[in-house]
Design a protein around this ligand. Structure first.
Ligand SMILES: Nc1nc2c(c(=O)[nH]1)N[C@H]1C(S)=C(S)[C@@H](COP(=O)(O)O)O[C@H]1N2
Ligand SMILES: [Mo]
Length: 175
């Protein structure tokens, strides 16, 4: 009687162990897939609606990343200062061969259809408009995983973050 009970218990424990192992394995796959979604994310440069160049995260990082602080203001909450890591949007545009001298502005668009028009005065500032991909040292994350990236356009000197662009995918230089 006791023996039979023990065998049942051992059997159940073994089944649970297998389930744990399988879900752990599947989650490992999902985690590396998430990392890939972030790292393989592209950002595209347009001029007057025409695509010029598509950039990977590695290529963007290689242009020279910097850490900076900015105030994130989420609906109904106090502004919170975070550390972000990214590259000046100006650097990405210039490296793409776009002449910014006579440009009228830059429209940054996102996967959710949101778009922000940024003046050249702000774009040309050496420490204001960034394309960020990390917040407090962690990837900003894709929209699907509840993040605001993989890329988020940040206007550092905005007191609040209402002119930032989450899930930024393209920058279209208006000439
Ligand atoms: N792609 C995208 N970016 C966006 C928005 C949006 O709806 N979509 N909302 C804006 C607004 S109104 C605010 S206040 C800020 C902050 O949004 P969050 O609180 O979701 O970070 O993002 C801005 N950028
Ligand atoms: Mo907002």
């Amino acid at each position: 009687m006791k023996n039979k009970q023990n065998r049942w218990i051992i059997g159940i424990i073994m089944v649970l162990a297998v389930i744990l192992g399988v879900t752990g394995f599947l989650n490992r796959g999902a985690a590396s897939e998430k990392a890939a979604l972030n790292e393989n994310a592209v950002f595209k440069v347009f001029v007057n609606g025409e695509e010029i160049l598509s950039r990977s995260m590695g290529e963007i990082q290689a242009l020279g990343e910097s850490d900076f602080h900015a105030n994130l203001k989420t609906n109904g909450k106090e502004a919170v200062e975070h550390q972000y890591t990214g590259v000046l949007l100006k650097t990405i545009l210039e490296d793409s061969g776009v002449d910014l001298q006579n440009a009228k502005g830059v429209v940054v668009s996102a996967v959710d259809g949101y778009a922000v028009s940024v003046s050249m005065e702000k774009i040309l500032d050496e420490d204001n408009v960034y394309l960020a991909y990390k917040r407090d040292g962690e990837p900003i994350g894709t929209r699907d995983e509840g993040g605001k990236g993989p890329y988020q356009m940040i206007i550092r000197k905005d007191a609040f973050s209402q002119h930032w662009c989450k899930y930024a995918l393209t920058a279209d230089v208006q000439k």
